[in-house]
Design a binder for this molecule. Structure first.
Ligand code: HEM
Length: 196
């Protein structure tokens, strides 16, 4: 399949995820605002990374006919959702506060968010043939896999630090993300134990 079609299908899937999360935010907040759009963008980025981490174990366990190359496209599209979310969040924070003061009031949420974004950017930069040849295929794949796992965990900490006081039900969308994250961690751990 052509690269363009991979992007098209991944963007279509992302749009479905985005509208699903946006709908949950709409139910919770009772209104559709730029803030709920931004929260949904962050949630979609997280779900795309989570799905990309599930593809390989799913292929091995269930022998499904999913093309393993989707991992790359989900990572790239996820990075752009995260980028939109981070830029909009920084603009919004600077409307009501100084960015550095917000970072010092939310040191864990702020630093994990920034680190997750930087790591996703690095993975985006190296997801090409040039880097594959530079690092060697085995190292390159391992780097991408570990990078995706770490950015997934950083994002999990990021929104947990921001939201945990309001869980379980009031901030329903992010609580759902937490439940999904636990599922991904359990599934990948079982996969890892079976493989080793
Ligand atoms: C510079 C980096 C980042 C900053 C400054 C940032 C900032 C924020 C802020 C201010 C919120 C609260 C939004 C609100 O309640 O209106 C938030 C929530 C969130 N962020 Fe980030 N973020 C960053 C990076 C990321 C990345 C890289 C991801 C995903 C890969 C992400 C995913 C999320 C999620 C899932 C939420 C929870 C949304 C909800 O309430 O359901 N963020 N972030």
């Amino acid at each position: 399949m052509k690269e363009f079609n991979f992007y098209l299908r991944t963007i279509f899937l992302s749009a479905l995820l985005f509208f699903f999360i946006f709908f949950l935010h709409f139910l919770r907040a009772g209104e559709a605002t730029l803030r709920t759009l931004n929260q949904s963008a962050g949630g979609t980025a997280f779900l795309l990374i989570a799905l990309s981490l599930l593809i390989t174990p799913f292929l091995r366990f269930f022998k499904l006919g999913i093309d393993g190359r989707y991992v790359k496209y989900m990572g790239i599209v996820g990075f752009f959702f995260a980028l939109f979310h981070a830029i909009y969040s920084l603009v919004r924070i600077s409307d009501f506060s100084d960015i550095l003061s917000w970072m010092s009031e939310n040191p864990y949420a702020g630093s994990t968010g920034v680190l997750a974004l930087l790591l996703l950017f690095f993975l985006f930069l190296i997801s090409n043939k040039f880097s594959k040849n530079l690092f060697g295929e085995g190292n390159w794949k391992l780097l991408l896999r570990r990078g995706a796992e770490i950015s997934f965990l950083l994002t999990l900490f990021h929104f947990t630090f921001l939201r945990y006081t309001e869980w379980p039900l009031i901030m329903f969308p992010s609580f759902l993300l937490l439940v999904i994250a636990l599922g991904v961690i359990i599934f990948r751990s079982v996969h890892y134990l079976k493989e080793n």
